[in-house]
Ligand binder design. Sequence first.
Ligand code: ADP
Ligand code: MG
Length: 454
Amino acid sequence: MTSDCWDKARGELFRVLGANNFSCWIEPLTLQSLHEETATIEAPTRFMRDWVSRNYSDQILRQLNAAGAHAARIDLRVAEQRPVAAHAPGAATEPKPRRNGRNGENGELLGAPLDGRFTFDSFVVGKPNELAHAAARRVAEGGPVTFNPLFLYGGVGLGKTHLMHAIAHELNARQPGLRVLYLSAEQFMYRFVLALRERQIMDFKELFRSVDVLMVDDVQFIAGKDSTQEEFFHTFNALVDQNKQIVISADRAPGEIKDLEERIRSRLQCGLVVDLHPTDYELRLGILQSKAETYRSQYPGLTLAHGVLEFLAHRITTNVRVLEGALTRLFAFASLVGREITLDLAQECLADILRASDRKVSIEEIQRKVAEHYNVRLSDLIGPKRVRTIARPRQIAMYLAKKMTTRSLPEIGRRFGGRDHTTIMHGIRKVEELKASDHQMAEDIDLLRRLLDA
Ligand code: ADP
Ligand code: MG
């Protein structure tokens, strides 16, 4: 009779709650007894017991009674001890790097280490990143969740990871009890796959659903990885439902991540989406000045000549990581040879970096040059006309944009009147084909390249 009721109730709960909620929360439960109007139900862990008791106990009771039980209450308990996952050998004695996300119940560490240098204090704010910075600050205050998720995106080395770590540091300092979990999407996948293999998927789910703040870095990584996406989606939803803050970063906007499930994309767009723009001169200079400040105390004997930082800010425009690397090398080199840091020294010591960051052409320049060369209007080149005399130069411009800039296909598409990335890809292929057979065209392209490179 007892198990009959339970089976029926479960069947009904499956229907009402949906397959995912059911398999997360109901399936692991067992009905121990039905006695004196009390249904005693066991959950595998404390967290699950609390969660089920808070969210599902009414429905369970209702369905049990609908199935013929005469229960007035539910007594939810934690099942007897399960085997506990062993600590890594030596883990108890060796000092560990600082981790975020406290230990799970089974002793496993969750998050990735936080870089102690990535704080709000060391983050230089400028026009290109002020919005992202403000949003990150807001999240770090830890007040009521106002936008969920916070989605930060931007090119490599623009400070996404720095901001996420800064949020984690700040939250940890303000609210020591808070479970803040930071990890990369790659680590998320790794842990998920491991959990599947080790048959610990319930633990995995539980750990991820029990954090207060979840931060997943470089989420573009899970594009095309179907089961990881699926799991990520459920984790995401579970946390949003609990009103827990989520912070996501990616190298591009949600709408531009290829092979991302539509429902994930739209959920990601539900919160606040802010981008970190490429750095401008002032920001680069600000970052260099703040870095140089810390180096001055590290190398007290060194002097920095006027104009060196300005020179670097002007010349190294790729990303902040390269900029920092240049300064680090410069100080180390100068201290090694015991010389003042001058423009000459910078040029000598950073020749390779300076060469690599030689001014890059922009898509606009390419478009302008191509339009000029083929004598078509710039607006036509970007516009929708399909006649060959315009379409061909347009494809050549697409081709050059791909070859000569680091822009992604979707970005190029956007600069070409909002065309789809597949259109851009098609254009590039076409040019590659033609170039092989059409001498004139190959020469044209070479010429354009040289003009643009100059
Ligand atoms: P991303 O994750 O966007 O690729 P990171 O956050 O790893 O970039 O930043 C790359 C490097 O540049 C880090 O060392 C970071 O501290 C530094 N950085 C980036 N933006 C800033 C900034 N606005 N102020 C200070 N340092 C910055
Ligand atoms: Mg990063």
